[in-house]
Design a protein around this ligand. Structure first.
Ligand SMILES: Nc1ncnc2c1ncn2[C@@H]1O[C@H](COP(=O)(O)OP(=O)(O)OP(=O)(O)O)[C@@H](O)[C@H]1O
Length: 329
């Protein structure tokens, strides 16, 4: 279940060069206290690699059951580190990580394979077994977790139908397109119906059309109640889906929006400052404004409020004109 460090891919949109150091995570994300035990709970998590590289720096965020969350950020910002910590391929150097209420530091090495059964993982490079058919690749995931033959016969065709692979079950991976191979990888990750699905650059090697199909599939899986965490550079996808977005920069969480874009939306003040070539707005203010919704949405709200006020004033004028009662001085 190795997660490899991603190589930068072309066409990525840069995140701000100097994002705010601290942004209160979950400013617009669901409040954990209101919604029970989070599926993922990072508290001040640090990951410093032996060579001195910072993987994560005081990262705190939580994800509730059934959420669909994008992790975004430039290359080396810490997305894969989060994924690898979640599957216990890495240990944090500080802070605590909870999964479904369980402190991961309490899971012994021997118990890690059992823990991982609750997590489906999908990677950019598919990691399929080349000498096994589609059916066997998926069945294998059940075999290694002790699934019976009956279990396999019942579950594999089901998941192949869900992932649109029913006609490809006898194909080998090299007889499939990239998108189909990724579907097999998702089928394999989801055949046990894990409550948590992690996808690290699931559309990284795929063309835009195929990427949409893969995202739709992840969305469908999310609709079954599975919590989905996707690390991606695919800004088109993030912008289309309008789901929760957590942005990392140099291991820090710099943005957490309930329905975000890939790149932080520009606030009205930032826009004005840019137009006037003013002094920059304080980053904390920008982040708070950004978390309140897009500029377009605010313009629409303001216009709607103006229209309502005008309609009310007109109605009041008309009512006054029809009212024969003289007004008291
Ligand atoms: N095994 C490792 N040993 C040393 N440093 C590492 C290791 N893995 C990651 N790092 C460093 O930790 C930081 C975060 O890396 P990580 O792979 O989490 O970033 P990322 O956001 O997933 O990047 P990408 O988008 O390129 O996949 C980077 O500076 C990276 O060089």
């Amino acid at each position: 279940m190795a997660l490899s460090v991603r190589r930068p891919s072309l066409g990525r949109r840069a995140v701000p060069a100097h994002p705010p150091k601290h942004v209160a995570a979950s400013q617009s994300a669901p409040a954990a206290s209101r919604r029970g035990t989070p599926v993922i709970d990072f508290k001040a998590v640090e990951k410093h690699y032996d060579v001195g590289a910072v993987g994560l720096d005081q990262a705190s965020f939580s994800v509730q059951r059934g959420e669909f969350v994008f992790l975004v950020g430039s290359t080396g910002s810490g997305k894969s580190t989060i994924m690898r910590l979640l599957i216990k391929e890495l240990e944090p150097t500080g802070g605590t990580i909870g999964v479904a209420g369980r402190d991961l530091s309490e899971i012994t090495r021997r118990r890690v394979p059992y823990y991982r059964r609750n997590i489906g993982a999908v990677f950019q490079d598919f990691k399929l077994l080349p000498n096994r058919t589609v059916y066997d690749n998926v069945a294998y995931a059940l075999q290694v977790t002790g699934g019976s033959r009956k279990d396999i016969r019942a579950k594999v065709p089901d998941i192949l139908r869900l992932t649109g692979l029913s006609t490809k079950l006898h194909n080998y991976p090299d007889q499939l397109s990239g998108g189909e191979q990724q579907r097999v990888a998702i089928a394999r990750a989801f055949v046990n119906h894990p409550p948590l699905l992690l996808a690290d650059e699931p559309t990284g090697n795929l063309d835009p059309e195929t990427s949409i199909g893969i995202m739709q599939l992840l969305y469908r899986i999310n609709k079954t109640g599975t919590t989905v965490l996707v690390a991606t550079h695919d800004h088109g996808m993030v912008d289309k889906m309008r789901r929760r977005v957590i942005e990392l920069s140099k291991g820090r969480i710099v943005r957490d929006e309930a329905t975000g874009l890939y790149a932080r939306d520009e606030s009205t003040r930032e826009f004005a400052a840019r137009l006037r070539n003013d002094a920059p707005v304080a980053p904390e203010t920008m982040a708070v404004e950004a978390s309140r919704g897009s500029r377009t949405a605010r313009f629409r709200e303001a216009a709607a409020a103006r229209e309502t006020a005008e309609a009310e004033a007109t109605a009041a004028r008309e009512a006054a004109a029809q009212d024969p009662t003289p007004s008291r001085k």
